[in-house]
Design a protein around this ligand. Structure first.
Ligand code: FES
Ligand code: FES
Length: 251
């Protein structure tokens, strides 16, 4: 065991970690920080990417015991500067409004790798984007829109005016879900009141939720679920009622 002080998104966390514990495990199991996703847990998919002193690393593989010497750990949760879409970091906004995601499992990792890439290369070529994001895999195959999002974010960071592909769904201030004009659906992340035992418990729940009328999309894990619904058929209260009905009340 080792006592460390982890500087995550400019907050210091003093704690004792097992020498074998990954940063992802410490963040999730000790600190309750769901700031990165776990995909492969073996340094192959990049879903868990965070920045350590500005460099993209796989949180599933880097050991927490080696990160207690003042290294600055940056996660996707530390990027926004204010509420709502306007408060998002340009890279986050571009992924959101250009649709550079589907299930979202890979997205936090892609965003952090993009932040690193654009910090080093403000106007990357397509080949440089491919190289910069080579450690991230999107199983949904959203690469075309991901590349669009990277280019849009790069332009915004260079101070240029940008137009996003579309804004089908907006999550408003303080997590209030609202539909944009012409919205195809409304999306919101819910945290389970009581986390499931393991990720394996999540799959049957997701399958059942997807079958409910008005549900357009579902993604999540044992701690939270992001639900996209048809506002013509459901509202947030009705979605919450469905979650309760399926045995997983959420806030
Ligand atoms: S979960 Fe870390 S690389 Fe896949
Ligand atoms: S959006 Fe990339 S894995 Fe689903």
């Amino acid at each position: 065991m080792r006592r460390v002080s982890l500087a995550i998104d400019n907050v210091n966390y003093d704690l004792v970690v097992d020498n074998r514990e990954s940063l992802w495990e410490t963040m999730n199991f000790q600190l309750g920080l769901a700031n990165s996703n776990l995909g492969c847990d073996r340094a192959q998919c990049g879903a868990c990417t965070v920045l350590v002193d500005g460099k993209a690393v796989n949180g599933c593989t880097v050991l927490s015991a080696r990160l207690g010497r003042g290294q600055k750990i940056a996660t996707v949760a530390g990027l926004p500067t204010g509420p709502g879409v306007a408060g998002l970091h340009p890279v986050q906004r571009a992924f959101w409004l250009d649709g550079g995601f589907q299930c979202g499992i890979c997205t936090r990792g892609f965003i952090m790798s993009t932040v690193q890439l654009l910090g080093a290369i403000p106007k990357p070529t397509t080949a440089q984007i491919a190289e910069g994001l080579a450690g991230n895999i999107c199983r949904c195959g959203e690469y075309a829109k991901i590349f669009t999002a990277v280019n849009t974010a790069a332009a915004e960071l260079r101070g240029e005016k940008v137009t996003h592909l579309a804004s089908p769904v907006i999550v408003g201030v303080a997590g209030t879900a609202e539909a944009a004009p012409g919205a195809a659906g409304v999306s919101k992340e819910f945290q389970f009141d009581k986390p499931m035992g393991t990720i394996e418990d999540y799959d049957p729940f997701e399958q059942a939720l997807k079958k409910r009328d008005g549900i357009l999309g579902v993604s999540g894990n044992e701690r939270s679920v992001t639900v996209k619904w048809d506002p013509a058929k459901l509202d947030e209260a009705k979605v919450r009622a469905i979650l309760v009905d399926l045995g997983h009340a959420a806030r």
